[in-house]
Design a binder for this molecule. Structure first.
Ligand code: MLT
Length: 410
């Protein structure tokens, strides 16, 4: 008899963004005359930069000729891209990351989800609350979360680190020993950032407790303030305790192209049950070689072009465009009397829903009355209840229109 991984039965019914998509589809089927503005899932709307498109054409043409055709590439990514990443994302910031510490992939969602495979299922996991749902769901699947406690609305083995208005959305260090800590900074969904000093405390905690920090910096390009680290490796000693995930999805509009990377420093060690040190880089390399075919050559050439002078200029224009949307949302909602957070170093605006509404009730109300889609805060965890997330990734026209519609409602 074939049995299942019963941990899957412990998951909530559906992935947050699929639930939203289903609700919106239903509404739109019954309201064909309504123009729905989607500021829910953080999907980009600006087209790919011309320098990147040129690189795609050139690479596609190479595939046409015997001499330049490419089949399987290295599972870890081509050297031309890994070298660019090491140089532009790290060396320029004074960080020494070696090419063989960089693993090119097709998404930070996949990497943050898959990384757990190389760690024991008995590790204690800490996540912030609210949190990007992938970190929690993949640990439920792996069996690290334990049973769901209906009353607490939490999984029994997960250590939740509340990030609420009371602590300015900066979570406290765990008050018990944990082994795996997920941090997303700038934060999805709240838009919060940490200063170097604040982040240094997490690195210190990880060192003292022999824990690992899984640092998702998919939104680092949106940082506008000084003294906010773009990489956890800006903190001394972080290479001994942290894996960093980066993505071109939001940075360069690659949500449909698919390219990301993960840095696993060689200094980073984890342990066998007997306490023997093991190089995590080797394990991840082994995992990727076995289970991953690498990112397509054409895509990696596209990613390489992001790091060209032209590419950098062009993607910067798109980032500025989105951050102007963030400003429009922040100011508009402020004027309308909402309590708003984020939007300065991140493309997400986190707002308090009006009194008397839950996050999902506000979602329904906004969809019905303003035909605007956002993301209910509770979808990111119980501390997200009473909050709502809007993304700055829409078009400017739609963003302005959405805010006007919301203003009329209150
Ligand atoms: C989000 O809306 O939180 C993100 O777009 C989801 C993702 O990157 O997977």
């Amino acid at each position: 008899m074939i049995t299942i991984n019963e941990n899957y039965l412990k998951l909530q019914d559906s992935y947050l963004f699929s639930t939203i998509a289903k609700k919106v589809e239903e509404f739109s089927k019954n309201n064909l005359d309504k123009k729905i503005i989607k500021l829910g899932i953080g999907d980009v709307t600006m087209p790919i930069a011309p320098a990147v498109i040129d690189a795609i054409h050139t690479a596609a043409n190479e595939m046409m000729h015997k001499e330049t055709f490419r089949g399987y590439g290295p599972e870890q990514g081509y050297a031309f891209l890994r070298e660019k990443i090491a140089e532009c994302d790290y060396k320029k910031r004074g960080i020494d990351i070696q090419v063989d510490e960089i693993f090119v992939s097709d998404g930070a969602k996949c990497d943050t989800g898959n990384i757990g495979e190389i760690f024991g299922t008995d590790n204690v996991v800490a996540i912030t609350d609210p949190v990007y749902p992938v970190y929690l769901d993949t640990n439920i699947m792996a069996g690290r979360a334990g049973e769901y406690n209906d009353k607490e609305e939490q999984y029994e083995n997960i250590v939740y680190l509340p990030a609420t208005a009371e602590n300015n959305f900066v979570p406290e260090l765990p008050n018990k020993k944990v082994d795996m800590i997920y941090l997303c900074l700038p934060n999805n969904p709240t838009g919060t950032v940490l200063t170097k000093d604040q982040l240094a405390k997490w690195v210190e905690y990880a060192k003292v407790n022999k824990a690992i920090i899984l640092f998702d910096s998919a939104y680092e390009v949106f940082i506008s303030e000084e003294n906010v680290p773009h990489s956890i490796y800006e903190i001394e000693g972080a290479k001994e305790v942290a894996i960093e995930f980066r993505s071109l999805s939001k940075t360069a509009g690659f949500t449909g192209v698919r390219c990301a990377y993960t840095v696993v420093p060689k200094e980073l060690k984890a342990y066998t049950k007997e306490g023997k040190e093991v190089e995590v880089n080797k394990l991840w390399n082994r995992r990727q070689c076995t289970k991953f075919n690498g990112v397509p050559y054409i895509t990696q050439r596209a990613a390489e072009a992001v790091y060209s002078e032209e590419g950098q200029k062009q993607i910067k224009e798109n980032i500025n465009y989105y951050m102007e949307n963030a400003r429009i949302i922040l100011e508009g909602l402020n004027e309308a009397g909402f309590e708003v957070y984020g939007g300065k170093n991140a493309p997400y605006i986190w707002l308090k829903v009006p009194a008397g509404y839950t996050s999902w009730e506000f979602f329904d109300y906004l969809l019905e009355k303003a035909n605007v889609v956002g993301t209910p805060g509770v979808g990111f965890g119980k501390c997200g209840e009473g909050y709502f997330r809007l993304t700055a990734f829409g078009s400017k026209e739609n963003t302005i229109e959405a805010i006007e519609r919301i203003k009329k409602l209150v």
